[in-house]
Design a protein around this ligand. Structure first.
Ligand code: FAS
Ligand code: PHB
Length: 389
């Protein structure tokens, strides 16, 4: 087989790139390790920045998002029983949207299928060949049958555990990592959200987050030990711990119910440089990871896709490779700012095992400064709604 762009990974990055390229008459094939149902079964991000909203509309898949998504004008930050709102709309005139990654991925799959897009599921043994040559190709197996795709470019959209990043030689790539000493235990419950917007809660017992997917589907997280497993937590234990960490007025009105999904995500900050090697471009989690505290994971994947989509379009339509040549530097400039914000939100709101009394006082003062200072709230708002592409 031959295509212009071979995309490895059928998550939001790979699907969004494939759909955007299709709309510009650029051909791609998506290779996905799992089944579509498996990909759609992963419960992940919930907040979309304005840049992602624009890309979804540009890809022709924004209609259900605009109809069913929830526009949020701000978020609550709480510390024990004290709480305040950082109002993005009042502060900087911007908002975010709550529309789950599962729905984003569902809409993108529907669009690719409607357009006759080529997505190969259950691929195995994917290997990228000749990325540093003018004739790259990708080999893989499906049901044990060896396959080959010759292409102009390879987009590595295969997430943190994919093969694309590993294809870049160790003496070419440099990796930066910070692993946090805790995880997030998340549940999904068919219950009404406890608040109309999100609550990011800091407490002496640890962090908690109250989020949602729709009027009767809530998403909650509590900071947990890395040695925990979901089976260690009954639903009752989860609800009791959540109530201890959020403001008491919210705890009093919290509607609990059986979890329909329960999982633990480790938290890490990670970046690999460069994000390009020859004709291989890394996008999304294949190149970088953020702790989900700043809701930047999916949204930094989106800005990578924006840069690569425009670079490929410029190349195929105008024969100009400037966008492709500048991809890594431009993407990394925005990624590092998102890494900083995600690290800042995580440091601000979580309990760290080695925190001294002074550290706790600094954390408290930082929250108090955010509560009382307009410039601090403006800075948080600008980062949360998404810095410019
Ligand atoms: P993805 O990992 O989503 O997709 C990569 C795809 O490539 C997968 O479908 C995988 O099956 C496939 N693949 C892997 N190896 C392959 C191979 N060798 N060949 C072919 N295909 C291969 N972000 C937030 O903003 N908020 C959150 O709350 C949040 N929670 C998260 C929880 C967890 C457990 C994880 C892992 C991530 C979370 N994220 C969150 C971040 C997440 O949303 C990612 O940023 C987002 O999925 C990035 O999308 P992709 O880059 O497409 O990577
Ligand atoms: C979610 O709804 O899953 C969510 C929202 C905001 C975050 C992280 C996760 O910062």
């Amino acid at each position: 087989m031959k295509t212009q762009v071979c995309i490895i990974g059928g998550g939001p990055s790979g699907l969004l790139l494939s759909q955007l390229l299709h709309r510009k008459g650029i051909d791609s094939i998506v290779l996905e390790r799992k089944t579509k149902d498996y990909v759609l079964g992963r419960i992940r991000a919930g907040i979309l920045e304005k840049g992602m909203l624009h890309l979804m509309r540009e890809a022709g898949v924004g209609e259900r998002m605009d109809r069913e998504g929830f526009v949020h004008e701000g978020t609550v930050i709480s510390y024990g029983d004290e709480q305040f709102t950082v109002n993005f709309k009042d502060t900087i005139g911007e908002t975010v949207m709550v529309y789950g990654q599962t729905e984003v991925t569902r809409d993108l799959y529907a669009a690719r299928e409607a357009a006759g897009g080529q997505i190969v599921f259950n691929v195995d043994q994917v290997v990228i060949h000749g990325a540093d040559s003018d004739a790259p190709f990708v080999t893989y197996d499906v049901d044990g049958d060896p396959q080959r795709i010759d292409c102009d470019y390879v987009a590595g959209c295969d997430g943190f555990h994919g093969v694309s990043r590993q294809t870049i030689p160790l003496d070419v790539r440099k990796e930066y990592e910070k692993v946090y000493p805790f995880g997030w235990l998340g549940i999904l419950s068919e219950t009404p959200p406890v608040h109309e917007e999100l609550i990011y809660a800091s407490s002496e017992r640890g962090f908690a987050l109250c989020s949602m997917r729709n009027d009767n589907l809530s998403r909650y997280y509590i900071q947990c030990s890395l040695s925990d497993s979901p089976d260690d937590w009954t639903d009752e234990a989860f609800w009791e711990e959540l109530k201890r960490r959020i403001p008491s007025d919210a705890a009093d009105r919290l509607v609990t119910g059986p979890s329909i999904e329960k999982s633990i995500a480790p938290l890490r900050s990670f970046v690999t440089e460069p994000m390009r090697w020859g004709r291989l471009f890394l996008c999304g989690d294949a190149a970088h990871i953020v702790p989900p505290t700043g809701a930047k994971g999916l949204n930094t994947a989106a800005s990578d896709i924006h840069y690569l989509y425009h670079g490929l379009t410029q190349f195929y339509h105008e024969g100009d490779s400037a966008g492709l040549d500048g991809y890594s530097e431009k993407a990394l400039a925005r990624i590092w700012k998102a890494e900083r914000f995600s690290w800042w939100m995580t440091s601000l709101l979580h309990r760290f095992p080695d925190q001294s009394e002074f550290d706790l006082k600094m954390q408290r003062a930082e929250i108090e400064f955010l509560r009382t200072n307009k410039a601090a709230q403006q800075a948080m708002a600008e980062n949360y709604v998404g810095l410019p592409y």
